[in-house]
Write a protein that binds this ligand. Structure first.
Ligand SMILES: Cc1ncc(COP(=O)(O)O)c(C=O)c1O
Length: 360
């Protein structure tokens, strides 16, 4: 099955094999080595400049994201959340759930953020400590301007918090140079590992600042995990086999090179988009807003998502439905994972058959 949903992704045989390295107790020295290796490789691959630390966490991306959101804002301060899709809304929901005061700068889904509005909030409201932004809005495939928001955030001396769960290693993200303070990722998207582990990358100074904030959660308190990791252990049982897979996936990422991976995803997206346009399908976003790894398309007339899904699925391809308010109107095709040009070419053939079979 070729997975064209935005994670979990098809992984390489090497990553699959890594999961069978063997049973292991998370209190044994071999686990310490695994944990140290994963932390080191995450920083080396994804935050090579500046002084950054990585905190892998057992759970899906949402767990790592909620750990970040609940750990990053000081008592009595506020988070400005930039929202233009489901995942910006999710950050807002997390902050509200945990009683963190928020300010929102919202734009329509598929529209870039209003940078002037972000700047105005920061100028007017000294209580805003953290600006939260989604790197790649998976809802639409829109790439948000992290660098520009980072510039504004830095000028005003605030902290930039980025959900890069679907963007890390798929699109360029220069954490240190772009002024990011804390960033969240997951194993099972463009990193090409398996589901079950997310991670937070933070500047060491940010991790030290977070350690001063009273915990809002037991499991999700990032400094608690970091402090344990510094002692080469974990506070709670870790997903050992998923970490084996992540360890191997990070080796592959370093061997390929992050920039080369980003370029490969860019080529795959270009191949798919040329094919979509040949088939007369309508892409939701203009080229300048598109990420390297998701394309959102209007459903062809006369076909429901389920019909289209089932037709290409018979040929071995899994596509993805629209989310929220876009639900019935669009479908999404991701190009994350260990896939080849040939896989995408065969998908375009299957899609052509599926669309041609649609009633006029
Ligand atoms: C940008 C973004 N944030 C958060 C999540 C949630 O991740 P998970 O489904 O692994 O909990 C996703 C999942 O697609 C995502 O794309």
């Amino acid at each position: 099955m070729i997975l064209l949903n935005p994670g979990p992704v098809n992984v390489s045989p090497r990553v699959t094999a890594a999961m069978a390295r063997g049973d292991l107790c998370h209190r044994e020295p071999e686990f310490q080595q695994l944990l140290d290796a994963v932390r080191h490789k995450l920083v080396r691959a994804l935050a090579p400049d500046g002084d950054w630390v990585a905190v892998p966490l057992t759970g899906s991306g949402t767990l790592a994201l909620e750990a970040g959101v609940t750990s990053v804002v000081s008592s009595g301060r506020r988070m400005l959340v930039v929202v233009n899709g489901v995942y910006g809304e999710r950050i807002l929901e997390m902050a509200s759930t945990h009683g963190i005061a928020t300010v929102v700068v919202r734009s329509d889904w598929g529209q870039p953020p209003d940078l002037a509005a972000v700047e105005n909030v920061l100028r007017a409201d000294p209580d805003v400590e953290v600006v939260a932004l989604v790197h790649h809005e998976t809802t639409t495939g829109l790439l948000n301007p992290v660098e520009a928001v980072g510039r504004i955030t830095r000028v005003h001396g605030r902290v930039l918090f980025v959900d890069a769960i679907s963007g890390l290693a798929g699109d360029t993200l220069r954490l240190e140079a772009w002024g990011v303070g804390v960033c969240v990722g997951v194993a099972n998207k463009c990193i090409q590992g398996v589901p079950g582990v997310g991670f937070v990358l933070a500047k060491r100074s940010e991790m030290q600042r977070m350690a001063e904030i009273p915990p809002r959660s037991v499991y999700m308190h990032l400094p608690r995990h970091f402090a344990a990791h510094e002692r080469h252990t974990v506070p709670f049982t870790a997903a050992v086999q998923v970490l084996y897979a992540l360890d191997e996936a990070l080796d592959e990422l370093v061997e390929e090179g992050v920039d080369a991976r980003v370029a490969r995803y860019g080529r795959a997206a270009a191949q798919l988009r040329a094919g979509f346009e040949r088939l007369g399908l309508k892409l939701m976003l203009p080229p300048e807003l598109r990420s390297n790894s998701i394309t959102t398309l209007t459903l062809p007339a006369g076909l429901t998502y389920q019909e289209l899904h089932d037709r290409v699925r018979k040929d071995g391809f899994v596509i993805y439905e629209g989310q929220g308010q876009l639900g019935k109107a669009v479908f999404r095709v991701a190009n994350m994972g260990a896939l080849s040009e040939d896989d995408f070419a065969r998908f375009l053939e299957a899609l052509e058959r599926a669309v041609a079979g649609a009633p006029a």
